[in-house]
Ligand binder design. Structure first.
Ligand SMILES: Cn1cnc2c(O)nc(N)nc21
Length: 278
């Protein structure tokens, strides 16, 4: 894959790993009341993550955690648009928009987003065309079913093969829609229709995605994969998350999607110091 990813008006230098800060703009994430408070709080959170070294901010208005309810497109747009607009105006960072909704893809791109992060890999009606029209890069991620039901006894005859072939099929769908491979980032989708055993096997064999020829994004921060492996509640998963961040970087991941930016940036920088030594 190319050494840099063109993200709208910005470029991402892929010669080193990047930390993507998570910014959920769902009502439960900024519960201090009104819309303006929510937007300002989101902007302050984004600013803190950029100061801590995040080079991407992932703005999401629809929770995709297991069991999450779907959100109406207009509601998702009303959550996401003001935050993308505010970050684009205030911060020097690549804005990733975490959405599967065509209208949100289009509006976020218009407002300054630099990457489309769709956990449904542009499978919704109109999403491929919307993404193609924006000219933005796209992250394609493996998931089976929907967040509401995906964790109900997921089973695979050949997990690695299914993840690989799903992403290969979505790459082909993108090519047909005019989105070239040089605009694509791939993601195995940890925690999406996967048991702990599935997640651990997939993490161990991240290399199987290498032949698809795209940069890799890994999102495991504070996920049940860490919680189940260590028996830790969600607010006790930092150390496990950092261990996986280090392992992902050592395995060649290009972008890490995390909650704990400052801590993860130190892990990435420490690894870079060793890898760049004589
Ligand atoms: C929105 N979201 C939640 N988890 C994610 C993951 O692992 N990867 C990507 N690309 N997006 C995610």
């Amino acid at each position: 894959y190319p050494n840099r990813l063109s993200c709208g008006s910005r470029f991402l230098d892929l010669s080193h790993p990047h930390v993507m800060g998570i910014l959920n703009v769902t009502p439960d994430s900024f519960s201090d009341g009104g819309r303006f408070n929510r937007r300002d709080a989101a902007l302050r959170h984004a600013e803190a993550m950029v100061r801590a070294g995040a080079t991407l901010i992932d703005v999401g208005g629809e929770s995709t955690r297991p069991g999450a309810r779907a959100v109406a497109p207009l509601e998702e747009l009303e959550r996401v648009a003001p935050v993308v607009e505010a970050i684009a105006a205030e911060l020097d960072v690549v804005i990733s928009v975490d959405t599967s909704t065509p209208a949100v893809i289009r509006e976020a791109a218009r407002l300054g987003a630099g990457l489309i992060n769709d956990v449904r890999s542009l499978q919704r009606e109109g999403a491929l065309d919307a993404a193609a029209d924006t000219g933005l890069p796209v992250c394609l991620m493996h998931m089976r079913g929907e967040p509401t039901t995906m964790q109900v006894d997921p089973q695979y005859a050949d997990l690695l093969g299914e993840v690989h072939d799903f992403l290969a099929r979505r790459i082909e769908a993108c090519r047909t829609a005019g989105i070239g491979r040089e605009r694509l980032v791939l993601d195995p989708g940890f925690g999406f229709a996967k048991t702990l055993a599935h997640n651990l096997s997939l993490f161990k064999r991240l290399d199987v995605l290498r032949d698809l020829g795209c940069p890799l994004l890994v999102g495991v921060s504070r996920k049940s994969m860490v919680g189940q492996a260590l028996g830790r509640e969600v607010n006790e998963r930092l150390y496990g998350s950092l261990a996986l961040a280090a392992l992902a970087v050592a395995t060649g991941a290009n972008i890490l999607r995390v909650h704990d930016v400052a801590e993860t940036v130190d892990v990435v920088r420490m690894i870079a110091a060793v890898q760049s030594a004589e």
